[in-house]
Design a binder for this molecule. Sequence first.
Ligand SMILES: Cc1cc2nc3c(=O)[nH]c(=O)nc-3n(C[C@H](O)[C@H](O)[C@H](O)COP(=O)(O)OP(=O)(O)OC[C@H]3O[C@@H](n4cnc5c(N)ncnc54)[C@H](O)[C@@H]3O)c2cc1C
Length: 425
Amino acid sequence: MTAQPHALDRADIAIIGAGAAGLAAGIFAGEARGSRPLRIVLLDGARTVGAKILVSGGGRCNVTHDRVSPRDFQSLHGSPHVIRNILAAFPAEATRDWFASLGVALKREETGKLFPVTDKARTVLEALLHRCRELDVAILPEHRVTEVVPSDVGGFRVVHEQGSLAAGRVIMATGGKSLPRTGSDGYGWEIVRRLGHTATATYPALVPFVLDKTMFHAELSGLSQLVELTTVVADKRVDRRSGSLLWTHVGVSGPVVMDASRFWTATHAEGKPVEVRCNFLPGVGVEEAERQVIEQVTARPRLTLGKMLAQQIPERLAERLCRVCGIEPGMPAGQLDRASRRRLVRTLTGLVLPILRDRGWNEAEGTAGGVPLDEIDFRTMESRVRPGLYLIGEMLDCDGRIGGFNFQWAWATGYLGGRASAAGA
Ligand SMILES: Cc1cc2nc3c(=O)[nH]c(=O)nc-3n(C[C@H](O)[C@H](O)[C@H](O)COP(=O)(O)OP(=O)(O)OC[C@H]3O[C@@H](n4cnc5c(N)ncnc54)[C@H](O)[C@@H]3O)c2cc1C
């Protein structure tokens, strides 16, 4: 996309960041202005906009989920009440209808995730860009904004790499820090800090982990399986969830790991002791697991331990877990002594993952932390600190789990901010 030939010195609404949230805000502002001649401009630092939409969902863009609840989101300091209200204003059905109106039919997969029927993220991006063009919402790539300054005559001066423009209202949609090569490097927080806002410390969310080399992950690289992960901070459980874990050449990934990661990254960065325990028998506790093992050993004492465990977990993993416990997997199950059985059961139901670090912003799909939600009015996304300024999308202190929830947050906040800014302009 090339810069459009609009006069660049003035806008009624300037939207900083043309990612998912900014594009949604531009469209909803454009629709809400009716016949009023409001000039709406999106400025983005990237040369081509929408890079993150294109890589999302493995190139298919998981647009939303058919069931969206506040429980699918986390916030470092925000109130679930604010998140609930924002989601209620633009629920998943609204997203589905909105995309249908843009000519993008969505299909639901078994997991509840919604994708475009074309299975192409480009369909989503092109529909958003097309609607912006229809509504005469200008998109200015290569316009990285360095500063937003309140103007003496009201409104703001938006300073960007090619000059500046005067704007009556400004919507900040600069995203978080995940995948910085798409243009989201966190500088937006610096801009809003200078306008009087705060921003919490931020941590990679939806990010895989690197495990200690002594672990067997590399030998299982490519294998995925259902597990239950429990994150424990100072002996207190802060999160528990089940799902698919993928062993990788450097550690672990997969939806359940990505979803749990924000609890580890935020706590670890604060210097607190944090542990992620992996139960390879989801939903089964130590006592029940021990009862099951005794039952299996009694039923087939000559079966090797590896083969016995392979009735419930992948055999390659069963062998590694036996070795972690100092037990030979080829040993007949009937020879398992009580102490070894206990060790095995504890490992099966609560192996502590030896996490060295997360894989960083380049591998993260989300951001934990951001501008606190109590600094905005959740009905309009307008700043409580600086009237005429709106904040939307990933730059806020709210992050969703894998499944289309982060885009839903972007559409919902874009809807509220876009409409409200046009109403007030
Ligand atoms: C690999 C990957 C896959 C993902 N897959 C999914 C998925 O399938 N489903 C889902 O729900 N979520 C997914 N997400 C998360 C989702 O993409 C984000 O939550 C969402 O894009 C956030 O939207 P946003 O508009 O707030 O920020 P962004 O999409 O990050 O957009 C911010 C924009 O602001 C611009 N910008 C930043 N600073 C400036 C500045 N100073 N001046 C001008 N412009 C600036 C950037 O160039 C960028 O275009 C994925 C994320 C990643 C990294």
